[in-house]
Each structure stands twice: as structure tokens, then as C-alpha cells.
Design a protein around this ligand. Structure first.
Ligand code: ARG
Length: 459
């Protein structure tokens, strides 16, 4: 049997394999709400412009509502021979309302239809992801507020560098996820132009009103070039690139949770809800959720790579290659959303182990910079000289197997006679963190202020 929708010039139907490679209904059925919204906007516009009778438009809308409830209640039979979501819906519409269904496609093509459907879908995803990122930021800022003065080691090269606070570390991620949200907001704004009415590629001779459909679907304006409108997938690429960057942030954080919860570090305790046991080693508590969050960035970046490659050689305008945009994008967005939810859950429940963190912060001569700064401030030494003197003091402490604060004043004065007992005040990890009051610094009062500022902003 030839295809009911486009088979007029064909004498036989497609080969089995042709149908299999061609059909997208297996995955584009998730666009049914968007497809129906687009069709309703189109039908209303056609009626307003006198291209369709009011009566036909009315029965089309009624029929589309019925189709929508059939699909959402799981009663709809999707058929692969009808290829995609557009034709599955149109065919069912025809069964429900009769011939008027055939008028819906006036001045429209599946090319502008799919571009519109997918844009609507991606736009909803961006809004959902923004909300999830916001929840994660809130969870982080709450932890930061609660643990604004919990001392922990700050690292560079994964070597203890200087004392910082746990709250400060949490707030670093609040900033990162804030940038991720602003990238999403940017992408959303740029993509918010409507392709509908571009028809197959060249526009249409019917007197359509593209502003009307664009407005009805919540777009800022119609896209200005019909070729671009049907062949653009930048909005998907930008979304996948936002998701990749953000998933990379999630992955860095997940990596820290894995390290911090290890028995070597014990910096944090992850809740039972986000840990798993081992089937053989009864003592184990594995951070599986964090590890999976860390891994998700692979598929998300993979989806971006895959779509860039699909698009890169395509001449204008639509090519069927573009149907391959959907599965990777769906998978990437689902994975990213799941990773965000898992991370938010882990952050909400995690507990810093204060004693262990403080002890770790005091190792590795972490207040050496404070000592050098003291020499600069009090003795007016040039920083380079202060660095040298401090280096000698660290070497001495290391030789004596003590911490800097445990060196005697006499021992210090052998290296620099002008040092006074005042120096000991800057050598504790608390004093060190407290002194970092520069904008963006780790001082607990900075952290409290930043956490409160963000929490207010996040609402
Ligand atoms: N299923 C197609 C896609 O996802 C819809 C557009 C089909 N257009 C066409 N001319 N065959 O891209």
C-alpha cells in the first residue's frame, strides 16, 4: 500500500527496511503536546485569515483535544507506517473529524512543523533545567550558611594550600551553577523565534499571519528567513553545549564528593540514601550516585558532538539527517536532569566532619602564607624576602617534625631576629581563614554574607 499522506505519485509502499530507517514515531511521540499546540495555533490563524472556515477550525481544535487526551491517557495506537508524530496525529484527526483534517496542513510543512515542535520542547526543557539548577544552588547556599565557619583545607594541585571554609567551597559551586543558568537564559532568549509558517523551505502563497502563530506559541517574533527557519538546529546545539558545561561542573563536584567520602579523607559523610553497599564486602559504603553524576557528562557531551557532526555538512534547507537530532538530545537532557536531581539530593543530605576537616586544614604548613604576610605587614619586608624567610622556617619545622605554630620563638628568631610572639596569632587555621576578608575571600563573615545574598536572590 502506498503512503496515505504522501503516496500519490508512488505505485508501491516502502520496503520494510525503508520504513524502519525512516520512521521517527518511536521517539518523536514525546513531542505530541508541542505538535498539538502548534497545530491549534496554526488552525486558529488560518481561520482568522479566512483561509479556513470557522467551522472547520472549530472541529479541528475539538479533534486535536481528543487526540491529546487519547495520547496522554495511553489509549492512542502509534503506527510506524505513519512515520512520525505529525502524521500519526493527523491521521487520527481524520478518523475523528473527517475531511476537514486534511485542511490543517494548508500553508505548512512537516519541516516547519518539526522545527516548531522541537523548539517548543527544548524551550520547556530549558525552563525545567533552570528550576533544577536553582534548587541545587539553594541547597548549596543553605549548606554554606550553616557551615560558614567550618574550617577545611583548600587545595591547589590537590596539595593542601591554605585553610578555607566549607561554606566557601559550597559557594564556589553556587557561582558556577549561576553561570550555567545565565547561559541557559541567553540560549532561551536567542532561540525564542518561531519557525512556523516557513512551510517546506520557501514560505507560502497563502496570506498567513506569522506574528499571530508566533505570539500564540509564546515566541518573541517569527524567524525572518524561511530557509534558516527549517534548517536551524542551533537551539539544540546551544542547549547541549549549556548542558555539557554544566554537567562538567556537576562532574567536578561529584569527583570531590567521591574523594571526600573516601576512607582516606573522611571529610564528609554522605547519607545512606545516596550510598550503596557492596555485594561481597560488608563494610563498604560506595558513592555510586556521585560516580554516576560524574559519568553522565560523557553522554551529554557525546550528544553535542553527534549533532555537530550531523549538521556540519548539510546544505540548506531541510535534510532528513536532521531527524537524528532528537534521540541524543532527549537522552542528554534526561541524563542531565537526573544528574541535577541526584546532586541536589546528595548536597541536601551531606554532613561535613568538622574535626577531621580542621585537622586536615592544619597539615602541610597551610598557614605559611599567613606567616609571610605577617613579615610583610609588621616588619615591612618585601614579599619575596618574606617568602624566603618563611621557606626557611617551614624547612626547620619539617626537620623538627612540628607544625609552624609549634616552633619556639627562639628558634624562629635564629632565622629572623625581628620576629615577635605576636606572630603566633596568625598561625592558627581559624585566624588564617578569618583574615581573608578581601572581596571573594574565604573569611566566615564573607561566606555568611554571600550565602545570605544568594538565598535572598534565589527566593
Ligand atoms: N520526522 C521528521 C524529523 O524529525 C519530520 C520532518 C519530516 N520532513 C520531511 N520532509 N520528511 O525531522
Amino acid at each position: 500500500m502506498t503512503n496515505k499522506m504522501w503516496g500519490g505519485r508512488f505505485s508501491t509502499g516502502p520496503a520494510q527496511i525503508m520504513e524502519e530507517i525512516n520512521a521517527s514515531i518511536g521517539f518523536d511521540q514525546r513531542l505530541y503536546n508541542q505538535d498539538i499546540a502548534g497545530s491549534k495555533a496554526h488552525a486558529e490563524m488560518l481561520a482568522a485569515k479566512g483561509i479556513l472556515t470557522k467551522a472547520d477550525a472549530k472541529s479541528i481544535i475539538r479533534g486535536l483535544n481528543q487526540v491529546q487526551s487519547e495520547i496522554s491517557s495511553g489509549q492512542f495506537n502509534f503506527s510506524r507506517s505513519l512515520e512520525d508524530i505529525h502524521m500519526n496525529i493527523e491521521q487520527r484527526l481524520k478518523e475523528i473529524i473527517g475531511d476537514a483534517a486534511g485542511r490543517l496542513h494548508t500553508g505548512r510543512s512537516r519541516n516547519d512543523q518539526i522545527a516548531t515542535d522541537f523548539k517548543l520542547y527544548i524551550r520547556d526543557c530549558l525552563d525545567m533545567l533552570d528550576g533544577q539548577l536553582k534548587d541545587l544552588q539553594k541547597a548549596l547556599a543553605k549548606q554554606a550558611e550553616k557551615h560558614a565557619d567550618v574550617i577545611m583545607p583548600g587545595f591547589t594541585h590537590l596539595q593542601v594550600a591554605q585553610p578555607i571554609t566549607f561554606g566557601h567551597h559550597m559557594m564556589a559551586y553556587v557561582e558556577m551553577f549561576g553561570r550555567d543558568r545565565s547561559r541557559i537564559a541567553d540560549a532561551r532568549k536567542r532561540m525564542n523565534e518561531c519557525p512556523l509558517g516557513a512551510a517546506a523551505l520557501a514560505g507560502t502563497s497563502f496570506p498567513i499571519d506569522r506574528y499571530k502563530t508566533s505570539g500564540a506559541l509564546g515566541f518573541a517574533r517569527p524567524m525572518r528567513n524561511s530557509l534558516d527557519a527549517v534548517s536551524d538546529r542551533d537551539f539544540v546545539l546551544e542547549t547541549l553545549s549549556c548542558a555539557s558545561i554544566s554537567a562538567m561542573h556537576l562532574s567536578r563536584m561529584a569527583e570531590e564528593l567521591v574523594i571526600w567520602s573516601s576512607s582516606q579523607f573522611k571529610f564528609i559523610t554522605m547519607s545512606d540514601k545516596y550510598s550503596t553497599g557492596s555485594s561481597i564486602m560488608p563494610q563498604k559504603r560506595n558513592p555510586d550516585a556521585a560516580e554516576l553524576v560524574r559519568a553522565k557528562v560523557g553522554r551529554i557531551l557525546g550528544a553535542l558532538t553527534s549533532l555537530v557532526v550531523v549538521m556540519k555538512g548539510l546544505p540548506l534547507a531541510y535534510s532528513k539527517d536532521m531527524q537524528e537530532d532528537k534521540e541524543p538530545a532527549f537522552d542528554a537532557i534526561d541524563s542531565y536532569s537526573l544528574a541535577l536531581a541526584a546532586m541536589t539530593g546528595m548536597v541536601k543530605d551531606l554532613k561535613p566532619n568538622k574535626e577531621i576537616l580542621r585537622t586536615a586544614a592544619a597539615t602541610g604548613f597551610s598557614t605559611a602564607t599567613d606567616l609571610a604576610d605577617w613579615l610583610v605587614r609588621v616588619l615591612a619586608m618585601p614579599f619575596r624576602d618574606a617568602h624566603h624567610v618563611t621557606g626557611a622556617l617551614v624547612a626547620l619545622a619539617e626537620k623538627n617534625k612540628v607544625d609552624l605554630a609549634e616552633l619556639s620563638l627562639e628558634a624562629m628568631q635564629k632565622i629572623e631576629p625581628r620576629i615577635t610572639k605576636e606572630v603566633f596569632k596568625v598561625l592558627t587555621v581559624e585566624a588564617s581563614a578569618r583574615s581573608r576578608t578581601s572581596l571573594g575571600g574565604t573569611a566566615p563573615r564573607n561566606v555568611t554574607r554571600e550565602a545570605k545574598r544568594w538565598l535572598k536572590k534565589l527566593g
